[in-house]
Write a protein that binds this ligand. Sequence first.
Ligand SMILES: [Mg+2]
Length: 319
Amino acid sequence: VTDGAEPDDEDAWVAGAVARFGPHPFLVGPGDDCAALRLEGADALVVTTDVVVDGVHFVLRECGPEAAGRKALLVNLSDLAAAGAVPLGFEVGVVLPRGTPREAFDRLVDGMASAATRWSCPCAGGDVNVADAPLTIAVTAFGRPGPMGVVTRAGARAGDVLSVTGPLGGSLAGRHLDFVPRVREALALARRGVPHAMMDLSDGLSRDLPRLARRSGVGAEVAGDLVPVHADAARAPPPGRTPLEHALHDGEDFELLVAHAPLADATRRALEAEGVVLHEVGRVTEAARGIRLVVGGAAEPLAPRGFDHVAGRGRGRQP
Ligand SMILES: [Mg+2]
């Protein structure tokens, strides 16, 4: 450090980030080799990891660093919600493109810290690197089992209703960057013992539903006339999809897909009083019937057209 200037090294950047996240509730928090989270009353730790990359999950020059940092945490919160878990905290690894200014890093942290505060999921630590690479943010989030323990994709049974927690489609119009992870909804459902199986919709209903069906050893029938279509579907890429096709195949809705017994009226009313609405989209069937879409009384196989990260097909965006 010369001329009395503030140091502007890695430690300074990280110290700024840690300060932005504020006080932490952990036994050991950021600043040591490991963090330590208390687990009173929990017999399991729920863990999930998601990586978001510039050019795949967001376009940095369009959305800015706050939105990127926020989304990196939100997608993990959505996975915790899918497990019916209560967020405990998270760790984050960031690869900054070489030449990233301090101000951009601080804005990334800002977006992440705002979401951390809103969803009561404090930062337990992390790591920052610089490379000739697109901005990459890897978050590992931790949770404690909720009122039903750990809810999984297995457990759906023939005759169950399939519901989603909100309208689908068109998230690329902007919603995919700033959505409400359904943590509160998941816990409200779990408190009433509703979910037999649950997952969050990240890659599109047509791609995610078969994953739940496979894990549960069941088939499923989607009622095209029931699927709630988001208003964004009319103005979102890719072009040429009908609103229903957007709802079936677009990714990153981040609503919950829930398999459950038909709801008693009292349960439905109690959920609605908490602002939780389940929109029925279909039924669970025997495995042999496969995954089908029924529109106007005619059934056809529902082929996955959501995003496949490995094949690179679907709705991902290249810069
Ligand atoms: Mg998921």
